[in-house]
Ligand binder design. Structure first.
Ligand code: GUN
Length: 297
């Protein structure tokens, strides 16, 4: 029995961050300032807090300016909108990221709509998602763009391949499907209510799992030789001593016997998200300065 390849997202992300850092130095030499990324965290969600800390560190490591705003969960929507307006107007800020999810009393749609689309490095604004859907240049959400980079690195041309995306979120599933379509894949979006998910997944040359359910996609569902991108990050119990571990949305150990290649959890897609965020920030800075978009990223 052959065993599939484990795609090293951690190494790919490190290489991308190095390229971004080179681009940042070149930008600073031309523009006389550093690119700036503002990250807004509302509330105390521990996973979000870990993520935001890591973003801040890597922004600085890439040579960029980092602006962090930590606000209590009790903040009103108006106050948050005021902050977004301030950041829109601040010339040092090229990129704005409001960490999701937001507390239930704040409308995520209202906040995202308030972000200047030219600073929307998450690609969540309807201007950017609409541009992506209609084949125009746009900021593309970081996680799906990172997935496409890994897929193209592994497979080269994706044209004509059968792709199944499991999950239909605005952050991953929907933009992922648009990106695969733009690469000329035949795309199916499946989700938790899809009937006979096993046979839908079994059609795919490319499986992107982004449903947020631990090890939901079973190894035997995978067509032999398919490439699997596992976006899930689920914390599950590990033994009975209160320990936990991270697993993806795919039963990786089983899947390895079927796949050509698969991303691990952790160390697959996860590290790509921040690297692409830095890339998008560098692009935003160039566009805001009227400089040509950097190439090779
Ligand atoms: N929450 C989970 N992933 C993301 C992301 O890529 N961007 C933002 N803003 N929030 C998230």
């Amino acid at each position: 029995m052959t065993i599939g390849k484990i795609i090293d997202g951690k190494a790919f992300a490190a290489t991308l961050r190095d390229k971004v850092a080179d681009g940042v130095a070149a930008f600073a030499a031309q523009a006389g300032r550093k690119p700036g990324l503002a990250v807004v965290l509302v509330g105390e969600d521990p996973a979000s807090a870990v993520y935001v800390r890591s973003k801040g560190k890597m922004t600085l490591a890439a040579g960029m300016e980092s602006f962090e705003f930590k606000l209590p969960a009790s903040i009103g929507e108006e106050e948050l909108l005021d902050l977004v307006e301030e950041l829109n107007a601040d010339d040092r800020v090229d990129a704005i990221l409001v960490q999701l999810p937001l507390p239930a009393h704040i409308s995520e749609a209202d906040i995202i709509t308030a972000i200047d689309p030219a600073k929307d490095v998450d690609g969540f604004h309807v201007i950017n998602s609409g541009k992506l859907a209609t084949g125009q240049e746009a900021f593309v959400p970081c996680t799906p763009l990172g997935c496409i980079m890994l897929l193209k690195d592994e497979l080269g041309d994706l044209s004509g391949l059968e792709a199944v995306v499991v999950g239909r979120s605005n952050i991953v599933g929907k933009p992922m499907a648009q990106l695969l379509l733009a690469e000329n894949c035949t795309v199916t979006i499946a989700h938790s209510r899809t009937r006979d998910l096993a046979s839908v997944v079994h059609r795919a040359d490319i499986v992107v799992a982004a449903v947020g359910r631990a090890e939901m996609v079973k190894g035997e569902w995978i067509k032999p030789g398919a490439t699997v991108i596992d976006v899930g990050i689920n914390r599950i119990a590990d033994g009975d001593e209160g320990k936990t571990r991270l697993v993806g949305d795919v039963a990786t150990a089983e899947a390895l016997a079927h796949v050509r290649a698969i991303t691990p959890v952790p160390g697959g897609v996860g590290p790509m998200t921040i690297a692409v965020l830095l890339r998008n920030t560098l692009v935003a800075a160039h566009l805001r300065e009227g400089l040509p978009k950097p190439t090779g990223l």
